[in-house]
Design a protein around this ligand. Sequence first.
Ligand code: KIV
Ligand code: ZN
Length: 402
Amino acid sequence: MAANDKQKLIVFDTTLRDGEQSPGVTLNTDEKIEIARQLSRLGVDVIEAGFPVASPGDFNAVQRIAREVGPLMEGRDGLQPMVICGLARSVRHDIQTAFDAVRDAPRHRIHVFLATSDIHLEHKLKITREQCTQRIAEMVGFAKSLCADIEFSPEDAGRSDPAFLCEALAVAIEAGATTLNIPDTVGYNTPQEYGALIAHLRANTRGAERVVFSTHCHNDLGLATANTLAGISSGARQVEVTINGIGERAGNTSLEEVVMNVHTHPDAYPVFHTINTRLFYSTSRMVEDLSGMAVQANKAIVGRNAFLHESGIHQDGVLKNKQTYEIIRPEDVGVTTGNLALGKHSGRHAFKTKLEELGYGGAALTDAQFQAAFARFKQLADSKKTGVTDGDMHALVADVRS
Ligand code: KIV
Ligand code: ZN
């Protein structure tokens, strides 16, 4: 696809709302503001700053983000101010409270949701489909009377009857919704199903051409990123994501994974992004520290091992040409540390390179000392579970030189 036929991908970050719903995670207001500032510098287009009706603390945090972070333009050259969004159930008091929290941001949005699957209507809400569409009309209409920018989400869309979903979404559009978000709330869909659902809704909902369709995928089956990308291919232009993929249960779609897929395969998707990917690693570490949710070492893009090579064959390859085993340049996502992990699979080439990095290049070791050091390194690596550290290397050198 020609570059100028592409549309901008709207990145909606919900780290501070769905992400904060991760079991065990609570962020105080100052921590939320710090994350919100970083998301603004990252170039995120919309942040869901919280669920203002949930508690006075949540209201206060969303209001301070709207006032203090909403106007910030640092790192946002060529972008508009970030939209600050507050979540609300389809309840008048929730909607009014969400609006009061976000209204002072230069750009603000209310996000209203109501479940549409029969399982939620029958067992959770105890209302009929007719009552559901009636409530959508009333509550989206009320939100619209307060704010121009309205997002509506049919919760559990992934398990809703598509025909009823089209009807519910048409009602939301008529009442003033400008973005329709399609949550796979329980991470149940396959990429084929989710992509087909977005295509079906865009083709069969009255007024669909007037709104932006958005993805919101959960990771219960490990498919959140794949489903989100399938949604983009089917015409979704907003993605709802979190840093490190944190969120309820197995989490939400990870922001960095979706953006780096679009970045790495510019011809595969009909969109372009405006995110500063070089801030990914530092943003990931910030959210890890403040949320207390450790990032798994082998997590794509931001895991500690994501750019480390341990086997001798791989190390030899990347030392000759990085492209042999790297599809992303580590510096493009803000990773600046070395890419060699010394362990029992490492070979002479990597061992020598590491010695040089540590200042033992050239004639620092005789040939015999080098061979002895390498033999001891292999013995040590065999006995250690955590890999050989720089400290171990210095000790090895001292040993063979003594
Ligand atoms: O997963 C979900 O359905 C949600 C909605 C509130 C958008 O988080
Ligand atoms: Zn969610």
